[in-house]
Design a protein around this ligand. Structure first.
Ligand code: 13P
Length: 339
């Protein structure tokens, strides 16, 4: 474990007002999003779409790192340049999703655990050789009647911690993502309690695995009411609950915190991040930024529709959304500059 290198990577990912772009949708997720947008679900269309993203002019002004999917790390642009080389040239650090998706938890089938620890050391070694300098593992925690169970929170935290340790052994910065889903009608208070419990357990397990916290990035959900909840909380309430929950559960040594968007609209996710910086700015012990997939990509994907003639417009909206998130991280966002 080269701690210097881990700190260097984590610092570069959290630098300035930038954030991360998650473009690591698995095949089922990618197929679902393409189907909704009327795009053929083939490897070639996935390549074209990821090419659109990595060649977006000006993306590097707001994005420090991009999370790739296994298929994507081997793909190239039309002229044969590997995507990973395009990213390096733009000053964007390539990362890689290394979990192998979720399965029902034995004994509690309404909950999920994440696969992918088997053979992970070998895959990490290979990804480092290909140029990846950080990785991502997503655990999913479900709120429901009697859920989550303590066993589920613990099993997910243990797997995240084992993955994080293996990453650091290979000088790869682990992004640990314990995502509390927005599915359901729960209140913001319930989301707060579950998120706090999940993150606290995660740091217990990270400690047990001897994970080096300055070389680690946490990717949490925002603390927000369930999608079907009758109560809609204000931007202030979400920002305050989220940061208070993180201050209560995330050690100050952690290299950075970068949110997932979780199904919020792009504008909502941006507003919430902005408000956190307005309210807490200099009181935050770690860099606090974004690692969105849908909240950056969705408008571009909808505009592209798989058609070459829409590439430029889709790239413009992609760069624009990323720039709004970067403005939010700086506390400089306003609805007046958004569309
Ligand atoms: P969303 O921003 O769409 O929630 O995705 C983030 C992510 O990387 C999930 O693993």
């Amino acid at each position: 474990m080269n701690k210097e290198e881990l700190i260097q990577t984590a610092t570069a990912l959290m630098a300035g007002d930038k954030g991360l772009l998650a473009m690591d949708e698995s095949l089922p997720t990618s197929n679902k999003r393409f189907a909704e947008a009327g795009i053929p679900q083939t490897e070639e269309y996935r390549r074209k779409y990821r090419q659109l993203i990595v060649t977006t002019p000006g993306l590097n002004e707001s994005i420090s790192g991009a999370i790739l999917f296994d298929e994507t790390i081997y793909q190239s642009t039309d002229d044969g340049t590997l995507f990973i080389d395009v990213l390096y040239k733009a000053g964007i650090i390539p990362g890689i999703k290394v979990d192998e998706g979720t399965v029902d938890m034995p004994g509690s089938p309404k909950e999920k655990i994440t696969n992918g620890l088997e053979g992970l050391d070998i895959r990490l070694n290979n990804y480092y050789g290909l140029g990846a300098r950080f990785a991502k593992w997503r655990a999913v925690i479900t709120i429901g009647d009697g859920l989550p169970t303590t066993a589920n929170i613990k099993a997910n935290a243990e797997a995240l911690a084992k993955y994080a340790r293996l990453c650091q052994e290979d000088d790869i910065v682990p992004i640990v993502e314990p995502e509390v889903l927005m599915d359901g009608d729960h209140t913001i208070d319930r989301c707060y309690a579950v998120t706090e419990a999940a993150i606290k357990e995660l740091f217990i397990q990270l400690d047990a695995q001897g994970v080096f916290l300055p070389g680690l990035i946490l990717k949490p959900n925002m603390v927000i009411a369930g999608r079907d909840s009758k109560t809609k909380n204000s931007t202030d309430e979400v920002a305050k609950a989220t940061v208070e929950c993180l201050l209560a559960s995330v050690p100050p040594e952690v290299g950075g915190v970068a949110f997932l968007s979780g199904g919020q609209s792009p504008q909502e996710a941006t507003r919430h991040l902005h408000e956190m910086h307005v309210l807490f700015g200099d009181k935050l012990p770690w860099p606090l930024t974004f690692s969105f997939a849908r909240a950056i990509q969705q408008p571009a994907l909808d505009l592209w529709k798989g058609k070459d003639e829409n590439v430029v417009a889709a790239q413009e909206i992609l760069a624009f959304r990323a720039s709004m998130d970067s403005a939010a991280r700086a506390g400089r966002y306003s609805v007046d500059i958004d569309i």
